[in-house]
Write a protein that binds this ligand. Sequence first.
Ligand code: TPP
Ligand code: MG
Length: 357
Amino acid sequence: MSVSDDHAGGGKLHAAEGFASDAMAPAETAVISEIAEFSADQERNAYREMLLIRRFEEKAGQLYGMGFIGGFCHLYIGQEAVVVGMQMAIKDGDQVITTYRDHGHMLACGMDPKGVMAELTGRRGGYSKGKGGSMHMFSVEANFFGGHGIVGASTPLGTGLAFANKYRGNDHVSLTYFGDGSANQGQVYEAFNMAKLWNLPVIYVIENNKYAMGTSIERASSTTDLSQRGSSFDIPGEQVNGMDVRAVNSAGEKAVARARDGGGPYILEMLTYRYRGHSMSDPAKYRTKEEVQKMRSDHDPIEQVRVRMLDAGMIAEDEIKQIDKDIRAIVNEAAEFAQSDPEPSEDELYTDVTTSG
Ligand SMILES: Cc1ncc(C[n+]2csc(CCOP(=O)(O)OP(=O)(O)O)c2C)c(N)n1
Ligand SMILES: [Mg+2]
């Protein structure tokens, strides 16, 4: 049985082979991190966290289809290893900021699935009181700084978070996520310049899922090894197998330790893939079903951990089923809350809303 409804393949996994010999192979010049083995606890934790994101996103997709969620909704299914592996590499107080594909990041930061789901359905128990929606959530307690709809905008803001850490003299780092499409935005390079000039503790996590909406990286980018995009600013970087949570974690641990020690900014280009469309309204004409199916069956981040744990005798089938059941219960509870919680009252219309002019 597959771990995921979304994982239709059930095919053989090649966890240790990474991307060798397929279209997702890293550039030839790229530095590839060594993969550290996980302890049984780490495997279990990674499995649970990734599964929570997967199931949450599947449920969000269903609620969207049923008309409970309006506006934009960008699902993270397929990319779970990136945020979970990175989250395992940081400590409390380190900041996380990302784009609109943000539900996984919020869950990984420890935000309440009920509050996230209720925000998606526009209810008052949502993180923005039901007035922000999928792309506009925030939690100071969880050190999650959004949720940003403007492509490239999270990069200078995340650099600013790193500046604040340095200014305050603390040892925190900022994980600043953005996509392959965002990597062609001008403000990213203005931020790179300042990050290096001031030696800021920021890790730029580029989630290269190969597409920016319907445009492949090959069609949009003059250079496709995004880990080297900081070279003009003397910011080093490396490509990482973003479908293997251990590879992400290994690279993350190194980059975070370096930044915490005053080593300055670093780029981690995560080679990853989204299984679903760009958003819920995506005609998906820009890639073949076979391409998607191959990633799901050969590289699924959750299935890799499940198979590894079973092969190593770290976990029994029954325990896996129990984790599955627990996660389903959490997600169902979130979905029920998101459908039964009332909408914001009318007098909320003008609170916390900024206007210009
Ligand atoms: C400044 C700006 N330009 C264009 C858009 C429209 N837009 C939304 S998402 C997107 C693609 C971004 O792709 P990528 O950075 O690869 O992130 P992914 O969606 O793959 O996670 C575009 C062009 C926008 N939101 N902001
Ligand atoms: Mg992309």
